[in-house]
Design a protein around this ligand. Structure first.
Ligand SMILES: Nc1ncnc2c1ncn2[C@@H]1O[C@H](COP(=O)(O)OP(=O)(O)OP(=O)(O)O)[C@@H](O)[C@H]1O
Ligand SMILES: [Mg+2]
Length: 239
């Protein structure tokens, strides 16, 4: 489904160097020599110490960040593929609309929109009626232990963990073919972490391909088919 690999006719692997223009073009190494692939319905976790480029790789996959060298191939079901690293902006927008979702670590929403409306929005975009979308959004919020009295309120005043659950609810309620998850359980307690993992396992069964980052090793092991060690630059085989 998704593949990061060597550039053709070139020995360089996926690599990112940041240039900080406000600092006279200072170069910062984001990540280098990353190679992995995963098929439909697989879950791959990126593993490694802080600052090694895990979030940056996810952003490169979503094309929030450009790539210095290397290829990121997205294979469509019809056998064609798109190189995310070099695709046109319009191709990226189409890919995101139909196939690629990204759940950031923190909720970013406009003020004055209720939690239910935020979670219902992706369903409405997919063509569900307002009523059905709201019902499903409420179910998802309840499942993730959001108190009913909060449903009609903007999540901007929610606790960190509540905001994270609204964020994940919004991110997984209408999953696209590939879902990128940056520490979706980082500020959750054990009960809510397990609930999120249960939901992720459920959508995995439906064939959604996912790439995620977890701090919690148990979580990572429970959900992952493959773990890519960003430090060793290879799959971790015994975990
Ligand atoms: N937009 C940017 N401009 C400059 N440097 C950046 C940018 N984004 C990331 N970096 C740098 O790239 C490196 C990798 O950062 P990244 O956030 O990908 O790490 P990470 O593995 O996700 O770490 P953590 O586990 O702490 O979340 C860091 O040194 C970071 O400072
Ligand atoms: Mg990170």
């Amino acid at each position: 489904m998704v593949r990061l690999k060597n550039e053709e006719n070139n020995s360089k692997n996926l690599h990112k160097e940041f240039t900080v223009h406000t600092r006279g073009g200072l170069k910062i190494n984001g990540y280098h020599d990353i190679n992995f692939d995963l098929g439909k319905g697989e879950f791959l976790s990126l593993y490694g110490p802080s600052g090694l480029g895990k979030s940056s790789v996810l952003k490169a996959l979503y094309r929030t960040y450009t790539t210095t060298s290397g290829e990121i191939l997205f294979n469509y079901d019809d056998g064609t593929s798109l190189n995310i690293a070099t695709a046109l902006e319009s191709e990226i927008l189409n890919l995101r609309k139909e196939h690629l979702g990204y759940v950031s670590q923190f909720l970013q929403v406009l003020p004055r929109i209720s939690a239910v409306d935020i979670v219902a929005q992706p369903l409405i975009e997919k063509g569900e009626s307002q009523t059905t979308a709201q019902e499903k959004a409420k179910e998802m919020l309840s499942f993730l232990n959001i108190k009913e009295e909060l449903f009609a309120i903007s999540p901007l005043t929610f606790s960190g963990g509540e905001q994270q659950r609204v964020n994940i609810a919004k991110g997984i309620i209408a999953p696209k073919s590939v879902l990128l998850l940056d520490e979706p359980t980082a500020s959750l307690d054990m009960t809510n972490t397990n609930k999120v993992i249960d939901k992720l396992l459920e959508i995995k069964k439906q064939g959604v391909t996912m790439i995620g980052i977890f701090h919690d090793m148990d979580c990572m092991k429970r959900i992952s088919d493959k773990i890519y060690d960003m430090k060793e630059k290879r799959y971790a085989d015994n975990y």
